[in-house]
Design a protein around this ligand. Structure first.
Ligand code: ZN
Length: 233
């Protein structure tokens, strides 16, 4: 015998979709008897089962090939699915009627389907490549492969290893190794990983110099600054 939908069913439906009502629970029996809730519950449970299978498959495959990395896309899909299901428990305050169930159920279904497709698709993908070492925001790194040469006119030419993602460099020279004092020389917006210090500026530098390089990406966003010290050649 099919019963009419009542508002009381709505929180029960959320619990049932969440797997918190077991088969013998009388609230679950009431939902299965309701013309509105029964088909929704059946659809959502079928999707949830598919989701569980896909999740298991993904975990197995990824554990085998890549040490069980979780994909960002799958995490986003799961978060969307959870958010959509959570909305079932929080209907709009006004115009409360069973009509709200329809768009929310569709949203939840789409989010779950997207999650299922994402995880299923991920399972067939090759393992993610190990991430390339990139400069991190914050902290100060070591300026690599610094070379310092003196030109015939007494100018100093500094060159260093190009930084991943760097579109330009700012350079400062310091007398102290901690590079906290006032810079003795500044050159900004260098497109290449090198810097010329004119001879009249070189005259102001001590024998041992610390160079700090601030790389910028194309946005421009500040990348991790790099530092090294050198003895004037
Ligand atoms: Zn109902």
């Amino acid at each position: 015998m099919t019963r009419a939908h009542v508002e009381q069913h709505e929180p029960w439906l959320v619990e049932a979709i969440d797997g918190r009502l077991d088969a013998r629970d009388e609230r679950r029996a009431a939902l299965a008897d309701c013309e509105v809730c029964a088909p929704l519950l059946a659809d959502m449970e079928a999707l949830r089962d598919g989701l569980d299978d896909a999740g298991r498959l993904e975990r197995d495959v990824l554990a085998e090939v890549s040490g069980a990395r979780e994909s960002d896309a799958a995490r986003r899909g799961a978060a969307q699915a959870r958010a959509a299901i959570a909305q079932l428990a929080a209907p709009p305050p006004s115009a409360r009627s069973r009509r709200w169930l329809v768009p929310l159920a569709i949203a939840a279904t789409l989010a779950l389907a997207a999650y299922w497709i994402t995880t299923h698709w991920r399972a067939g993908e090759p393992a993610p490549a190990p991430s390339v070492s990139r400069p991190q925001l914050g902290g100060e790194g070591v300026l690599r492969a610094l070379t310092v040469t003196r030109g015939a006119d007494g100018a100093l030419e500094l060159a260093w290893e190009a930084v991943d993602d760097a579109a330009s460099y700012d350079v400062e020279l310091f007398a102290d190794e901690s590079a906290t004092g006032a810079p003795l020389f500044v050159s900004n917006g260098l497109a290449e990983p090198r810097c010329a210090v004119p001879s009249d500026q070189v005259a102001r530098l001590p024998a041992r110099v610390t160079v700090r390089v601030q790389p910028w990406d194309v946005n421009p966003r500040r990348l991790s600054p790099l530092r090294a010290s050198f003895q004037q050649p």
